[in-house]
Design a protein around this ligand. Structure first.
Ligand SMILES: Nc1nc2c(ncn2[C@@H]2O[C@H](COP(=O)(O)OP(=O)(O)O)[C@@H](O)[C@H]2O)c(=O)[nH]1
Ligand SMILES: Nc1nc2c(ncn2[C@@H]2O[C@H](COP(=O)(O)OP(=O)(O)O)[C@@H](O)[C@H]2O)c(=O)[nH]1
Lengths: 272, 272
């Protein structure tokens, strides 16, 4: 089982920390430490890290791809291009394998099943770069936007910001995951998804440090003022993100990638 | 006595909150409330707010100018231009008055004496836009860089970030205030300034809300995890910024503006 996630967003929004947090939050439960903590070079190239994790008794090769400082130049026109190209390259690889006469029984799947887009916690609205990048990204991949470093917002600021972002997405016709049009759902699933859609963008916090809270050692970010518990849903929505991506919607994210995004790519490639 | 400060930086970095914080921190001490709390429209134009405050028994008309969301476009080439133009317009106004035959006894001084530049708390390094903007700004005005919303960094992250910024400034030959070359100082003043220079960029936090801490009502930002006390120097460096700008270096900021920046402008204008 392969599952491929990509993290996209400006430098310093905690993407690399989040990559490690996701692995630590899944891996440490099975008392099997990640081989190495992935260090943040000032990424200038697209870098992936993979680990085998266990989810519901199923072993899964989770690969998370970190993208370079995005939107960090004076002129950021088309800064999303390298990311779109990487995503399409994976479709291309898959397509070549698929149409090959001597193709392997099981085609290695490096297609990006889910792109987590990090929004800076400005408290105002989406930036112009975010809007342009998201418009392009949702055309080729499942995108789940998150509010990065959400511990820098009060709960009131967070809620107001979230609503503003949802408005910005609607105004710009940006359909993030889950896009109800792509799903074949029963009534209960629809309700769950509507609830999820109202929560997106998830307000996340990342940390690989453990701290003692009460009698438990938990993943947390310790600041001068207190301890932000990463896996405590009354502190932030990391758990919602993690469970949606790796548990409840994993299968669906793969299916939509294969049946919607990849099919679109294949269609356009084979026509030309 | 007129003193003019400008705040510059990206949207959502807490500039408008800082404007109010500075006034509240000065004005409330004299039990004289600001007439109105300056509201953050999504500023699309340069806006000023003035209050008369008392400092060391001297009444001072403090004017703070808030600049529009800076660097918020996809392409931010020359986004500093409107700000540079505003600064030069004030020199132009002063010059016209100064060279006028029928000039007023006391020339109204709208020149920007100090520009506070807000750096996003990414934890990495200066962004390309910051470097380009700072290079241009220090040529025309006294610039004091600050780390915005510094409560989103741990003390370790803050110190590492500060040192990296100081390195970036040095590497790019960006001389922020206080620029020792511009000052005529005795030994004690030199030592104080060296200490200040090592602390810049100040790690600030802004808030206009008051909260009870112990038995005192203090300006603070209340989050889910604790109370960030704005005027507590073990929490952030707002006090250092405020005291430097409004107390210890006020006179010097005005003198350097008049004798260095304005003179340079005047020289270039009268030659052409
Ligand atoms: N306040 C806050 N800081 C964070 C969080 N996650 C990471 N950081 C800090 O933000 C800085 C940049 O994080 P990093 O993961 O390198 O960001 P990247 O450039 O997006 O990969 C580091 O100092 C991190 O410790 C978070 O959830 N909240
Ligand atoms: N974490 C944190 N948030 C702040 C701080 N100052 C302001 N904010 C919040 O950041 C958001 C944007 O602030 P604002 O003053 O409008 O920023 P501006 O666009 O630069 O003028 C608001 O939700 C503020 O409450 C601060 O020092 N720390």
């Amino acid at each position: 089982f392969e599952f491929n996630v990509m993290v996209v967003g400006g430098a310093g929004l905690g993407k690399s920390t989040m990559v490690n947090t996701i692995f630590k939050s899944k891996v440490s439960r099975r008392s099997c430490q990640p081989d190495e903590e992935y260090n943040t070079p000032k990424t200038v190239e697209i870098k992936s890290i993979s680990h085998v994790i266990e989810e519901k008794g199923i072993r899964l090769k989770l690969t998370i791809t970190d993208t370079p400082g995005f939107g960090d130049h004076v002129n950021n026109s088309n800064c999303w291009q390298p990311i779109i190209r990487y995503i399409n390259d994976q479709y291309e690889k898959y397509l070549n394998e698929e149409i090959s006469i001597r193709r392997r029984k099981r085609i290695p799947d490096t297609r990006v099943h889910c792109c987590i887009y990090f929004i800076a916690p400005s408290g105002h609205s989406l930036k112009a770069v975010d809007i342009e990048a998201l418009k392009k990204l949702v055309q080729v991949v499942n995108v789940i936007p998150v509010i990065a470093k959400s511990d820098s917002l009060t709960l009131e600021e967070r809620q107001a910001f979230k609503e503003r972002i949802q408005q910005d997405l609607a105004d710009n016709h940006i359909r993030v995951y889950p896009d109800m049009d792509n799903l074949d759902l029963d009534e209960e699933e629809i309700n769950n998804n509507v609830e999820l859609m109202n929560r997106i963008p998830f307000a996340v916090v990342g940390s690989t440090a453990s701290h003692l809270v009460g009698s438990k050692n938990v993943l947390a970010r310790k600041t001068r003022w207190g301890i932000v518990e990463v896996e405590n849903s009354s502190h932030c929505e990391f758990i919602h993100l993690r469970d949606m991506v790796i548990r409840t919607h994993l299968q669906d994210l793969k299916e939509v990638t294969a049946q919607v995004h990849y099919e679109l790519y294949r269609h356009e490639r084979l026509e030309t």
